[in-house]
Design a protein around this ligand. Structure first.
Ligand code: DGY
Length: 330
């Protein structure tokens, strides 16, 4: 039997490359392909499966021409892939859930603390030689203990963030699936029953000192945080986004930060990555990270393993363990 052929669009860390090489003929591109290059590669008839990154746009146009039977995304999120179009074309999609929950929640907590305590400004002051010794009113920030953290969404990463925030003495509220609303039974709260409180999205917006976003990017959540929402937040509030950039209207956010309508923002993701909205980088009341929620050595290794195993399963004609659209081949 001939070995399956797998295309990897960007080099990934071990153990993925070794697992793939043992099971298939593998082509690894040196750097992310342009969209036309990716379309041509996926339509070339050369590959059974493509292992993609968030930067690879797998849209309906590409899928209409694709000859691959599977797309294995090196990420838990898959908003770069038109899953409905893939399903329609009988193309299976895989992702890497579970393994990056704690690392991403750590970054959410880091952004909460970093914005509250002005860590970027403080670091810059020291490096630029502007620290002249302890002063009673130097770099005063905001407490986190006793403050309200509002979680937009209550999935894995939101829950891991709640756990951390409770440890820091914060009051935790959540809206389960904004912008809509749904009932959540106490039994669904598990270890959080009695410790966190469900509120409606509008209440969450109005009552949070820190509003942290944990929703997938869908047509419903695009610009979930827009000028209207920013206007309803407390003027002292801080927005934290470790989810997806387009969940926030970034131009409206810059406006709100510049005019003092909200106090600060901690961002790991951007609306048009890697580009930032004009003037965002100039704002002192922000902590800006380069989409590193899952960036630890062990987490990226796990993502590599899961995405490789998904790709191998699909190349062998088996539904992978982490299929986003498991019925695609039926
Ligand atoms: C994901 O996996 O969706 C993250 O955004 C990148 O690790």
């Amino acid at each position: 039997m001939s070995r399956p052929r797998i295309l990897v669009t960007t080099p990934i860390p071990e153990p993925g490359p070794s697992l793939l090489a043992a099971a298939a003929d593998v082509t690894v591109l040196e750097a992310s392909p342009s969209y036309p290059e990716l379309v041509a590669l996926c339509a070339s008839g050369t590959y059974d499966v493509v292992l993609t990154q968030l930067r690879d746009r797998i849209d309906a146009g590409l899928l209409a021409q694709a000859t691959v039977r599977g797309v294995s995304n090196f990420a838990v999120g898959y908003n770069n892939i038109d899953v409905a179009a893939a399903t329609e074309r009988g193309i299976m999609v895989g992702n890497t859930p579970g393994v990056l929950t704690d690392a991403t929640a750590d970054i959410a907590m880091l952004l909460i603390l970093g914005t509250a305590r002005r860590v970027v400004e403080a670091d810059r002051m020291v490096r630029e030689g502007r620290f002249h010794g302890w002063e009673p009113e130097l770099m005063l920030g905001t407490d986190v203990s006793g403050r309200t953290l509002g979680l937009a969404g209550f999935g894995r990463i939101a829950r891991a963030t709640a756990k951390r925030a409770l440890g820091f003495g914060m009051d935790v509220l959540f809206a389960p699936r904004p912008p809509g609303d749904r009932m959540v039974e106490d039994s669904e709260l598990g270890e959080f029953a009695g410790k966190v409180r469900k509120v409606e999205w509008d209440d969450l917006v109005a009552s949070s000192d820190f509003l942290s976003l944990h929703v997938p990017l869908t047509e419903d959540t695009r610009h979930l945080v827009d000028a209207g929402v920013l206007a309803r937040m407390k003027p002292s509030a801080i927005l934290v986004n470790t989810a997806r950039g387009p969940v926030v209207d970034e131009v409206a956010l810059v406006d709100a930060l510049r005019s003092g309508r909200i106090a600060g923002a901690g961002l790991d993701v951007y609306e048009e990555e890697p580009r930032l909205a004009p003037r965002l980088a100039e704002l002192p009341n922000t902590v800006l990270l380069p989409h590193i929620g899952s960036a630890t050595v062990s987490v990226r290794a796990e993502m590599s393993r899961l995405s490789a195993l998904n790709a191998i399963a699909m190349a062998r004609g088996r539904v992978p363990d982490h299929a986003v659209n498991p019925t695609a081949w039926s």
